[in-house]
Design a protein. Structure first.
Length: 197
């Protein structure tokens, strides 16, 4: 029947069923990152930090990033301000996080999202840009975009590129395990409350 033929075509187009390993891993990493994003926007004591996220973040998870964006802005017109860090400072290196596992993810969250509770309308989005396969692990290049409102009426957009190392999922329907994040670039755009009017 037509319905059975359609189901067969859909099954053949499935990355997992068709042997498109990189496509299947990209899709599973995207789903895992959605969960990571929900947790990163939750307060430290929120139940999201002790629930399903433990199935996504490896116990030996680690991270490293460029030093925080600081110094003179690239652009500042009194309404918008742009700061950028594309690589480790000259003669410097990436700064590693101290914690492992969920504690490490909490550190990365404080570094990237901040320590204050995020305002309503805040969001974080991840877009997987590429996958490199290797043994029991794979690496994704991910564009990260954070939009957050502050209590002072200021809005912040933070863009970054993360290289994420994952342990491949053991079960076909399971999440991959996030083992490492290396943040290779960061840009911060601040809009004063004047821009919001």
């Amino acid at each position: 029947s037509w319905d059975a033929a359609l189901r067969q075509q859909i099954a053949l187009a499935s990355p997992a069923a068709s042997g498109w390993e990189s496509e299947a891993l990209s899709e599973s990493a995207s789903l895992a990152l959605k969960l990571v994003g929900k947790v990163m926007l939750a307060p430290a004591g929120d139940e999201k930090w002790s629930g399903e996220i433990a199935t996504v973040v490896a116990e030996d998870f680690s991270w490293q990033a460029n030093p925080a964006v600081e110094g003179q802005p690239l652009f500042d017109d009194g309404t918008f301000e742009v700061r950028r860090r594309d690589s480790a400072p000259e003669g410097g290196s990436l700064q590693p996080g101290a914690g492992a596992g969920l504690a490490g993810l909490r550190e990365l969250t404080e570094r990237f999202v901040g320590t204050e509770t995020v305002g309503a309308g805040s969001r974080i989005a991840f877009k997987v840009k590429g996958v490199s396969l290797g043994g029991d692990t794979f690496t994704t290049r991910v564009s990260v975009e954070l939009l957050r409102g502050g209590h002072t009426g200021e809005a912040v957009q933070r863009n970054a590129v993360w290289e994420c190392v994952w342990a491949k999922p053991v079960a076909e329907a399971g999440y991959p395990r996030l083992k490492q994040v290396t943040q290779t670039s960061e840009e911060e755009i601040r809009a004063s409350h004047k821009a919001m009017v």
